[in-house]
Each structure stands twice: as structure tokens, then as C-alpha cells.
Design a protein around this ligand. Sequence first.
Ligand SMILES: [Zn+2]
Length: 355
Amino acid sequence: MRTIKFLFSLIILITVGLSACAQKTNSNTSTPTAFSDSMPKADTSLAAKSSNFWRERLTEEQYRILREKGTESPFTGEWLMHKDTGYYTCVACNNPLFRSDRKFDSDCGWPSFDEEVAGGKVKTQMDYSHGMSRLEILCGNCGGHLGHLFDDGPTSTGKRYCVNSVSLNFVKSNAFKVAETDTITLGGGCFWCLEAVFEKLKGVVSVESGYSGGLVANPTYKEVCTGSTNHAEVIQIVYDVHQTSLDEIFKIYFTMHDPTTLNQQGADVGTQYRSIILYHNDKQRTEALSLIKDLSNSRVYSDPIVTSVEAFKVFYKAEISHQDYYENNKNQPYCRLVIQPKMEEFEALFKARMK
Ligand SMILES: [Zn+2]
């Protein structure tokens, strides 16, 4: 009964937490950008529309540039100095044309890219206007004029897609953002259990089992088992801050072990099984204390939380036989009786967040 009450309370906390996050993200989104976790999609119903249709739909300036092959004044465009991460899309039909990581500073006065999004999103045709011979670039979906493509780019592609800002919109995205990682160290009973759970979480880059929080250098598993080293069995998690969060990691941690039993998890008894958060920075310390306070105030557990929150000092990686233990020893009785039920609980609660 306690477990059921606990799970319901935690799910409510998680739901509230997630919706709060979602609202925060929305309110921070700057206009006119939207946010997309994957590549935006072109509106293909706009592939072959008449001049009259576009005249009504576009602003005068957009019509002049997109439909009459105009050019905006250099150094005036909205996206010239723009640095955010995401996709530049066709302002007329949302076709994803360029990625922000292919944008570079050029002195030409227009947003410049060294590569287009693959798959025919951009098409080209010769342009002999103004007595010049240039390669024009157009939206591969709606045919809107974008700018020109030159062979004088400074990067390895040698290309410079010179594009009018007016032809573009911008959609924020983390879809191709370079991983930015942080590390946290957690103890909550046998490290085999926690390691198995976090190995499955999306956004986790690596999990290692080891020892921390004690005084003896380079301890062995046998020494830690005696309880005399004062080390706890811990896991060290490296995670991508764009794909998971400290908040999510802590909530899973508190779901997957009992933080109210001092120096004990089920049948495992001893200081090496204590509940301990070893924070690596102030943000981790603040969030850990805040969540423990919230869990205590909302009486998720009937007993007080005994998890200690301490500054991380050193991590000793456990012997190789203890790494990926559950994965390599699924038929071992401890794995079947203790770890497997926890994995099933994790899978049921956090299905959408599993790798
Ligand atoms: Zn288009």
C-alpha cells in the first residue's frame, strides 16, 4: 500500500514538474520562432500556387523577393547575425532549407550557409539577369526565390549559399545540437540495480559502477562489502543536458530506491548501501535539496528521507566484473529477484523515456 501511494504521488510530482518545464520553454521562445525536436516539414499543398495566391498570402516585401526574385538591402536582414540552434525554413511553406550549424559569418551582408539540408530541399537554376551569370537558389517545394549559390565559401564545402533573410523563417531545435554533458554520482543500495536502470534512460551517455564517499583510496569490492571503508556503492552518470535533466534523473533515482531506510536497501544492510547524492556543482546540490524538501512536504514517504547530500570528492571505478552486471548476469538469482522487478517498474513508469 505504501508503495502504491508513493508511486501515485511521485507520478503526480513528475507530471507537475514536466508541465511546468513545458510552460517555461514556451514562454522563453522568442518570436517568431517555434520549437521542433525533429526536422520541420514543408507544407506540400503550397507546391504549385498562382501569383494571386502568393500576393494575398505574403507581405509586399516577401512577395517582391520570393516571387519576383528581388534582393533585400545588404546588412539589413533579420537573420544576418542570428546565432541560435535550429533550422532556417522557407518563410512561405516551412520547407527546412538550412541548419544553423552550417551558417557562417560572411562579409557579404546576407545570411550565408556552406551546405543545404539534404534531399532536394533547395533547387538551383541559372540566372542571367543584370548581365551576370549566376546560380539562383529556390525553395525546392514552393519555388520561392532564396538567393544565389557561389563557389567561394571559406569551409571545406567551398560553397556559399547567400540567402535573403526575408525568404527565411527560423525554427529552434535541439535535434542536432552538440551534446553538452554533466556528471552526477548517486548511491542507493546495490550499484548493479541503479546502473541497470540508468543505462536504459534516454540522454544518458554512460553509467559506471564504483565507490565514493569514503576514505580509503582504490578500495576493492571485498573491502567495501565489509563496511570498513565508509565508501558507498555508487553509480557515476554522464548525461546529455539537452536530452535528459537533473530533475528527471533525481525523480527516477527516488523512484528506484527507498530513501527512508538508513544504511539499508531491502535485504542489503550496511553503510555501503546508504542513500547518498554526491553533487558535482551547486546546481546539483540546490536541486537535490529542493526535491527532497518537496518529497518530504508532500508526504510521499511515510518515514523521513535519510538521503545525504554531500560534495563529490573522488570516484573509484569498481572492478570490471561489476560493470554492466545486470546485462551480463540476468539469470543470476539476485538479478532475477531484486533487479528485474525494479527494471519492470522502471519500464512501466518511464516507458517513453527509455532508449
Ligand atoms: Zn517554400
